[in-house]
Design a protein around this ligand. Structure first.
Ligand code: DX5
Ligand code: ZN
Length: 230
Protein backbone atom coordinates (compact mmCIF):
# COMPACT_ATOMS: atom_id res chain seq x y z
CA UNK A 1 0.00 0.00 0.00
CA UNK A 2 1.53 3.40 -0.91
CA UNK A 3 2.46 5.55 2.09
CA UNK A 4 1.78 2.71 4.51
CA UNK A 5 3.95 2.91 7.63
CA UNK A 6 5.83 -0.20 8.83
CA UNK A 7 3.83 -2.85 10.67
CA UNK A 8 4.45 -2.62 14.40
CA UNK A 9 3.54 -4.79 17.38
CA UNK A 10 2.93 -3.00 20.67
CA UNK A 11 2.44 -5.31 23.66
CA UNK A 12 0.04 -3.83 26.22
CA UNK A 13 1.51 -4.06 29.70
CA UNK A 14 -1.99 -4.12 31.18
CA UNK A 15 -1.95 -7.88 30.58
CA UNK A 16 1.50 -8.39 32.11
CA UNK A 17 2.34 -9.31 35.69
CA UNK A 18 2.47 -5.90 37.41
CA UNK A 19 4.76 -7.34 40.08
CA UNK A 20 7.27 -8.38 37.43
CA UNK A 21 7.07 -5.78 34.70
CA UNK A 22 10.83 -5.80 34.17
CA UNK A 23 10.67 -9.45 33.13
CA UNK A 24 7.65 -8.79 30.85
CA UNK A 25 9.54 -5.93 29.19
CA UNK A 26 12.66 -8.06 28.67
CA UNK A 27 10.65 -10.95 27.22
CA UNK A 28 8.73 -8.71 24.81
CA UNK A 29 11.89 -6.92 23.69
CA UNK A 30 13.64 -10.23 23.10
CA UNK A 31 10.61 -11.36 21.08
CA UNK A 32 10.87 -8.34 18.78
CA UNK A 33 8.26 -5.93 20.18
CA UNK A 34 8.38 -2.55 18.43
CA UNK A 35 6.84 -0.41 21.15
CA UNK A 36 5.02 -0.70 24.48
CA UNK A 37 1.39 0.33 24.95
CA UNK A 38 0.45 1.65 28.39
CA UNK A 39 -3.23 1.88 29.33
CA UNK A 40 -4.05 4.70 31.71
CA UNK A 41 -7.52 4.47 33.28
CA UNK A 42 -9.14 6.83 35.75
CA UNK A 43 -12.27 4.98 36.93
CA UNK A 44 -14.45 7.69 35.29
CA UNK A 45 -13.92 7.60 31.56
CA UNK A 46 -13.78 3.82 31.92
CA UNK A 47 -14.92 1.75 34.90
CA UNK A 48 -11.44 0.40 35.63
CA UNK A 49 -8.39 1.96 37.30
CA UNK A 50 -4.83 1.22 36.23
CA UNK A 51 -1.78 3.45 36.81
CA UNK A 52 -0.33 6.92 36.39
CA UNK A 53 2.91 8.68 35.40
CA UNK A 54 5.03 7.04 38.13
CA UNK A 55 4.60 3.62 36.56
CA UNK A 56 5.30 5.03 33.09
CA UNK A 57 8.56 6.47 34.43
CA UNK A 58 9.50 3.09 35.92
CA UNK A 59 8.89 1.41 32.55
CA UNK A 60 10.85 4.17 30.79
CA UNK A 61 13.86 3.32 32.95
CA UNK A 62 13.76 -0.30 31.72
CA UNK A 63 13.43 0.07 27.94
CA UNK A 64 14.50 2.19 25.02
CA UNK A 65 11.48 1.24 22.94
CA UNK A 66 8.88 3.95 22.30
CA UNK A 67 6.09 4.20 24.87
CA UNK A 68 2.57 4.65 23.57
CA UNK A 69 0.35 6.13 26.31
CA UNK A 70 -3.37 5.40 25.87
CA UNK A 71 -5.21 7.93 28.02
CA UNK A 72 -8.61 6.50 28.94
CA UNK A 73 -9.27 9.43 31.22
CA UNK A 74 -11.84 12.23 31.44
CA UNK A 75 -9.51 15.20 31.09
CA UNK A 76 -6.42 14.20 29.08
CA UNK A 77 -5.39 17.84 28.55
CA UNK A 78 -4.61 18.12 32.24
CA UNK A 79 -2.20 15.17 32.21
CA UNK A 80 -0.38 15.15 28.87
CA UNK A 81 2.59 17.05 30.24
CA UNK A 82 3.03 14.68 33.20
CA UNK A 83 2.93 11.62 30.95
CA UNK A 84 5.34 13.19 28.50
CA UNK A 85 7.72 14.02 31.32
CA UNK A 86 7.43 10.44 32.57
CA UNK A 87 8.73 9.24 29.20
CA UNK A 88 5.70 8.81 26.94
CA UNK A 89 6.58 9.18 23.25
CA UNK A 90 3.06 9.10 21.81
CA UNK A 91 0.13 10.47 23.80
CA UNK A 92 -3.21 9.11 22.69
CA UNK A 93 -6.41 10.79 23.91
CA UNK A 94 -10.06 9.89 23.33
CA UNK A 95 -12.23 12.22 21.25
CA UNK A 96 -15.13 11.29 23.60
CA UNK A 97 -13.29 12.75 26.61
CA UNK A 98 -14.16 16.18 27.96
CA UNK A 99 -10.97 17.86 26.66
CA UNK A 100 -11.19 19.82 23.44
CA UNK A 101 -9.30 17.83 20.73
CA UNK A 102 -7.74 20.95 19.23
CA UNK A 103 -6.33 21.96 22.63
CA UNK A 104 -4.92 18.48 23.34
CA UNK A 105 -3.29 18.23 19.91
CA UNK A 106 -1.68 21.66 20.31
CA UNK A 107 -0.49 20.86 23.84
CA UNK A 108 1.09 17.54 22.83
CA UNK A 109 2.79 19.06 19.79
CA UNK A 110 4.14 21.89 21.91
CA UNK A 111 5.74 19.26 24.15
CA UNK A 112 7.41 17.75 21.09
CA UNK A 113 5.63 14.40 21.46
CA UNK A 114 3.61 12.46 18.90
CA UNK A 115 -0.16 12.67 19.19
CA UNK A 116 -2.86 10.09 18.66
CA UNK A 117 -6.62 10.17 18.95
CA UNK A 118 -8.79 7.20 19.83
CA UNK A 119 -12.42 6.27 19.22
CA UNK A 120 -14.58 3.79 21.10
CA UNK A 121 -16.30 1.01 19.12
CA UNK A 122 -19.58 2.98 18.88
CA UNK A 123 -17.99 6.29 17.87
CA UNK A 124 -18.16 6.94 14.12
CA UNK A 125 -15.05 7.80 12.09
CA UNK A 126 -16.61 11.20 11.33
CA UNK A 127 -15.96 12.26 14.96
CA UNK A 128 -12.20 11.98 14.46
CA UNK A 129 -11.97 12.97 10.81
CA UNK A 130 -11.58 16.75 11.37
CA UNK A 131 -8.32 16.10 13.24
CA UNK A 132 -6.81 13.32 11.13
CA UNK A 133 -4.43 15.54 9.18
CA UNK A 134 -2.78 16.64 12.46
CA UNK A 135 -2.49 13.20 14.05
CA UNK A 136 0.45 10.80 14.14
CA UNK A 137 -1.86 7.94 15.10
CA UNK A 138 -5.56 7.12 14.74
CA UNK A 139 -6.51 4.47 17.30
CA UNK A 140 -9.60 2.40 16.58
CA UNK A 141 -10.81 0.50 19.64
CA UNK A 142 -11.97 -3.01 18.81
CA UNK A 143 -13.34 -3.68 22.32
CA UNK A 144 -15.03 -1.40 24.86
CA UNK A 145 -12.12 0.34 26.61
CA UNK A 146 -11.45 -0.70 30.18
CA UNK A 147 -10.22 -4.29 30.26
CA UNK A 148 -7.86 -6.57 28.43
CA UNK A 149 -8.79 -10.06 27.32
CA UNK A 150 -12.09 -9.15 25.61
CA UNK A 151 -13.35 -10.40 22.27
CA UNK A 152 -12.49 -8.49 19.07
CA UNK A 153 -15.39 -6.58 17.46
CA UNK A 154 -15.03 -7.00 13.66
CA UNK A 155 -17.66 -4.32 13.01
CA UNK A 156 -15.02 -1.64 13.68
CA UNK A 157 -12.95 -2.67 10.64
CA UNK A 158 -14.71 -0.25 8.24
CA UNK A 159 -13.36 2.57 10.45
CA UNK A 160 -9.82 1.23 10.03
CA UNK A 161 -10.38 1.20 6.29
CA UNK A 162 -11.80 4.74 6.35
CA UNK A 163 -8.86 6.05 8.37
CA UNK A 164 -6.28 4.42 6.09
CA UNK A 165 -8.12 5.68 2.98
CA UNK A 166 -8.21 9.22 4.32
CA UNK A 167 -4.50 9.15 5.19
CA UNK A 168 -3.66 7.71 1.76
CA UNK A 169 -5.70 10.47 0.10
CA UNK A 170 -3.65 13.04 2.02
CA UNK A 171 -0.40 11.22 1.12
CA UNK A 172 0.37 10.62 4.79
CA UNK A 173 1.86 7.53 6.42
CA UNK A 174 0.48 8.02 9.95
CA UNK A 175 -0.36 4.97 12.03
CA UNK A 176 -3.76 3.38 12.23
CA UNK A 177 -3.78 1.49 15.48
CA UNK A 178 -6.12 -1.34 16.41
CA UNK A 179 -6.61 -2.00 20.12
CA UNK A 180 -8.57 -4.79 21.76
CA UNK A 181 -8.83 -8.52 21.20
CA UNK A 182 -5.99 -8.61 18.67
CA UNK A 183 -4.88 -12.23 18.16
CA UNK A 184 -3.14 -14.08 15.30
CA UNK A 185 -6.66 -14.64 13.89
CA UNK A 186 -8.08 -11.10 14.19
CA UNK A 187 -4.80 -9.37 13.26
CA UNK A 188 -5.12 -10.66 9.68
CA UNK A 189 -8.33 -8.78 8.76
CA UNK A 190 -7.16 -5.75 10.77
CA UNK A 191 -3.92 -5.54 8.76
CA UNK A 192 -5.83 -6.16 5.56
CA UNK A 193 -8.11 -3.21 6.42
CA UNK A 194 -5.05 -0.96 6.79
CA UNK A 195 -4.02 -1.12 10.43
CA UNK A 196 -0.28 -0.61 10.93
CA UNK A 197 0.05 -0.61 14.72
CA UNK A 198 -1.21 -3.61 16.67
CA UNK A 199 -1.83 -3.37 20.39
CA UNK A 200 -1.71 -6.85 21.88
CA UNK A 201 -2.35 -7.62 25.53
CA UNK A 202 -3.70 -11.06 26.26
CA UNK A 203 -2.30 -12.54 23.04
CA UNK A 204 1.24 -11.63 24.18
CA UNK A 205 1.15 -11.97 27.97
CA UNK A 206 -1.90 -14.21 28.53
CA UNK A 207 -0.04 -17.51 28.36
CA UNK A 208 2.69 -19.37 26.52
CA UNK A 209 6.13 -18.03 25.64
CA UNK A 210 6.03 -14.31 24.86
CA UNK A 211 8.50 -14.59 21.97
CA UNK A 212 6.45 -17.34 20.32
CA UNK A 213 3.25 -15.31 20.80
CA UNK A 214 4.88 -12.31 19.12
CA UNK A 215 6.20 -14.47 16.30
CA UNK A 216 2.68 -15.74 15.53
CA UNK A 217 1.30 -12.21 15.63
CA UNK A 218 4.06 -10.99 13.27
CA UNK A 219 3.23 -13.72 10.75
CA UNK A 220 -0.47 -12.76 10.95
CA UNK A 221 0.01 -9.03 10.37
CA UNK A 222 2.36 -9.70 7.47
CA UNK A 223 -0.20 -12.04 5.93
CA UNK A 224 -2.94 -9.39 6.33
CA UNK A 225 -0.75 -6.72 4.75
CA UNK A 226 0.01 -9.03 1.82
CA UNK A 227 -3.72 -9.53 1.26
CA UNK A 228 -4.24 -5.76 1.29
CA UNK A 229 -1.91 -5.18 -1.66
CA UNK A 230 -3.20 -8.07 -3.73
C1 DX5 B 1 -8.45 -1.90 26.74
C2 DX5 B 1 -7.06 -1.41 26.45
C3 DX5 B 1 -6.24 -2.35 25.65
C4 DX5 B 1 -6.03 -3.70 26.29
C5 DX5 B 1 -5.77 -4.67 25.18
O1 DX5 B 1 -9.15 -0.87 27.32
O2 DX5 B 1 -7.11 -0.19 25.72
O3 DX5 B 1 -5.01 -1.78 25.28
O4 DX5 B 1 -4.98 -3.75 27.21
O5 DX5 B 1 -5.75 -5.95 25.69
P1 DX5 B 1 -6.20 -7.20 24.81
O6 DX5 B 1 -5.26 -7.26 23.66
O7 DX5 B 1 -6.08 -8.35 25.73
O8 DX5 B 1 -7.61 -6.95 24.35
ZN1 ZN C 1 -5.13 0.49 25.00
Amino acid sequence: MPNAPPLRLAPSLLSADFADLAQAIRAAEAGGADSFHLDVMDGHFVPNLSFGPALVAAVRARTRLPLDIHLMIDDPLRYVEAFHRAGGNTLVFHVESSSEPDAVIRAVKRLGAAVGAAIRPATPFSRIEPWVDRLDQVLVMSVEPGFSGQKFLPEVLPKVRAARARLAKDGRAADVSIDGGVTPETAVPAAEAGASFFVCGHSVFGGGPVAENLRRLRIAVEEGARRAVR
